[in-house]
Structure formats: C-alpha cells, structure tokens
Design a protein around this ligand. Sequence first.
Ligand SMILES: [Zn+2]
Length: 292
Amino acid sequence: MYIAGVDIGGTNLKFGLFDENLACVYTQLTRTVRGDTQACARQIKALVDGAPHAPDIVGVGVPGAVFRPSGKVNSGNLRWAGVNFGETLRQELNLPVWIDNDAQAALAAETLPGGSCCGLKDVVYLTLGTGIGGALLIDGKPWRGHDNGAAELGHFITHAGGLKCACGLRGCFEMYASAGTLARYSGGVRARLVLDRAAQGDSKMIEALDVYAKEVAIGLCSLYMIFRPEAMVLGGGISAGGEILVQRILKQIEPAYNLDAKAMAQVLRLAKHRNDAGMAGAAALAKQGLMR
Ligand SMILES: [Zn+2]
C-alpha cells in the first residue's frame, strides 16, 4: 500500500510517496499554481501519474483553515475562499483524499517516532514560510477548535493598527515574521540566502536577521506565556537553515522580554523533518483518517 502526501505551500508544492510504514520512497517539488483550484488538482494528478507506484490514498496539507464538517477551505496565500478542494481533488483523482491544515499535518509528523516532539503532550508548532501556520498539541491531543479551524497562529496581532493582512486584520504576526518578511528586512535577499550569509558572518544579513528574530521572538513569548508548552517547534521553509535563527531569537528574548532565555532554549527547537514535515504529516493524517 502507498500513500501520497502533498504539501501545498504558498510558493512550492511538495509531493511525496510513502509506504505503509510512512517511509518516504519518492518526492517531487514544483511551483504552486495559486488561485485556480481545478488547475491545482490537475497539477497533483500529474504528480500522482508520474509517481513510481500508484497511491491508494492521498493526504493534502494546505496553508489555511480546513473547516469540518463542510470541508470548505480558506487560504489567503492560495487565494482560496470557501472552496471544497478535497472534493475537487477526489473527483480529479478518483481516490480517497484527506485534506487538512498544513501545520496540523506537520505537527502530526513531528509527534511520530523520530520527530522533534515525539512523546510530548504540550507543543506549539509554527511553520515559518510564505505565511505563518500554527498547530497546538494540548494534553496530548491536537487542539482544533469546534470547526477544525483553530490555531491560526499567524493571525494574532503583534502590531496593533499595523500592516494589512490577507485575512482582513491589521498587524498580524504573519505580516512581520513570515519568511517573506525576512526578505523585506534584508533589502530583497531571499530568506534562505539571508540565513546562509548570516551563518557565514555577513554583518548586514545578521542585522536583517536580528530584526526578523525580534519579530519572531515577540510572537513566541506571547505563545509561551499562554500555553507554557514543553516544546515550541519551528518548521516551514526557514527551518532548512534555521540553527542560526534559533540562536538569534534566543538572543532577542533575554534583554527584551525578561523571560528566562535558558528555559526558552530548552523548549525552542527546529522541526526534525524540517520543511518536509507537512508532506510526511499529510500522509500520516490520511492514513489515520482514511484507514480506520
Ligand atoms: Zn492575518
């Protein structure tokens, strides 16, 4: 039996094929087609057709809220509002499809053996990518809210009256601490390059990274105070080169917020599956949700 795991990001779409033990046997990466859900479904169909084995079920993570029981999806980053993408894809593939929020999927992958928070009960998970996604594990269970739309951690306000966000609010965490904003602080250098150059000692990039790290720290401190988690996990595009980011965030926390940076250092960590967590987790959730 094979399971396809698809992570539809705001920029890239990741496709993975997993065996029944959730070991990854094949991956593909392509640019996300945004806006047009039919085109996105066809894009996934082409990836399924090109895979070395036909999947039996498909799990999809999307950067937005997936409401239940309606199946409607809202995603500012994909420019989807109230679309039932699970149904669209089911019809295109003629296969069982499980659709979920990408950060919920990533958290599911990280709680499996080998993940960054396996065995823990209270976890805050953040995907720092094109936008910011979030997921919460509370007392060992994912916290999903009454309609499955909970934990949109990119959309609590860190700058009252600040920049207008795609969600309609002003001053959301995402407008100051997504990977895209790191490019803004660095004068247009891509997030991954900023991290690489900062790690090599480039002082201008370190300066930009510190502006960014402070914004991430503001959000993390609030989340820490609310949830008092055992782990705060950073995933998404930025986690690929994020060791230096973790260090710069911890440096910002101590003087600015009078929180115990040592306690924070113990809980703050990078996703073990790094940027593949969403893809692996979408497969894991599909297996859980569709194979019962
Ligand atoms: Zn927002």
